[in-house]
Design a protein around this ligand. Sequence first.
Ligand SMILES: NC(=O)C1=CN([C@@H]2O[C@H](COP(=O)(O)OP(=O)(O)OC[C@H]3O[C@@H](n4cnc5c(N)ncnc54)[C@H](O)[C@@H]3O)[C@@H](O)[C@H]2O)C=CC1
Ligand SMILES: CC/C=C\CC(=O)/C=C/C=C\C=C\C=C\[C@@H](O)[C@@H](O)C/C=C\CCC(=O)O
Length: 258
Amino acid sequence: MELNGKIAVVTGAALGIGKAITEILLKNGAKVALLDVNETAGKSLKEALDKQYGQERTLFLNCNVESEEQIKAAFQKTADNFGGIDILCNNAGILNETTWEKTVSINLVGVIRGTYLALEHMSKLSGGRGGVIVNTASMAGLGPLLSCPVYTATKHGVIGFTRAMAAASTASGYGVRFNALCPGFVQTDLFTTIPSKLGQFSHLADATEKLAEKFGILTVSEVAESLLELVTDETKNGEAFLVFPQGKKYVTFPSFSS
Ligand SMILES: NC(=O)C1=CN([C@@H]2O[C@H](COP(=O)(O)OP(=O)(O)OC[C@H]3O[C@@H](n4cnc5c(N)ncnc54)[C@H](O)[C@@H]3O)[C@@H](O)[C@H]2O)C=CC1
Ligand SMILES: CC/C=C\CC(=O)/C=C/C=C\C=C\C=C\[C@@H](O)[C@@H](O)C/C=C\CCC(=O)O
């Protein structure tokens, strides 16, 4: 997919991985709608991006992915402002085992909600022009993280949902590719605040730190480069792209067909 002129929506765009995704999409020619619940950070980033790319290339929309109404409005404003949606990065996510219902609401339900609402704009069956949806999962979506079982569950769910949607899209003719981005540990606010977010599993913070030492820490730019590959390589559909400092690989899953 050539990005020049394409229209992208990034959730959780104001900080961390979402900010890096926004920047690499802009750098490669896309227009980007930044959706985030953090209005201060979002407006500040928009101001900085206006100076670098001009005011017309981005739109910041205060949007909580837990709200159907807010996502629906944000997608409509994006389509009205830019003329459609070609790319969706369902990136917004939290890690908090004490408020685990909220973690499920944002990390999994928010991804499902964003996907279904975006298809109303993107699917060729509803007048769209197709495109690609990349869901930010995690390495914790491929193997259990002992200190955050609910976070692990949400990321496993995101991968399963993404792969099923990829198959549904191919079978239905949506013209939309679906891929999961699965980073290891990444240097962001989410990562640095982990020790205070483990709740009843706080005694396992040291074990988590040892895992981070073992697997290493990615930069947000490294993650964004992998996102770009999933967006631009039109052969990628239904992939789980595992990214960690030692390298990256497309995960193979058990096949049950005889
Ligand atoms: N940092 C890490 O080690 C890893 C993070 N991830 C995933 O990457 C994604 C981004 O995480 P980070 O950049 O690390 O986190 P971060 O905390 O640095 O940034 C998350 C962004 O999402 C926004 N956000 C949070 N809840 C929201 C909501 N309800 N609606 C809209 N925006 C919301 C925040 O305001 C923030 O701007 C998450 O899905 C996370 O699970 C995956 C693997 C590793
Ligand atoms: C605590 C979460 C921190 C940040 C958010 C995030 O999504 C980061 C995930 C990073 C890595 C996840 C790794 C998961 C690994 C699982 O496969 C474990 O079951 C592996 C356990 C031990 C590995 C055995 C070994 O090789 O020593």
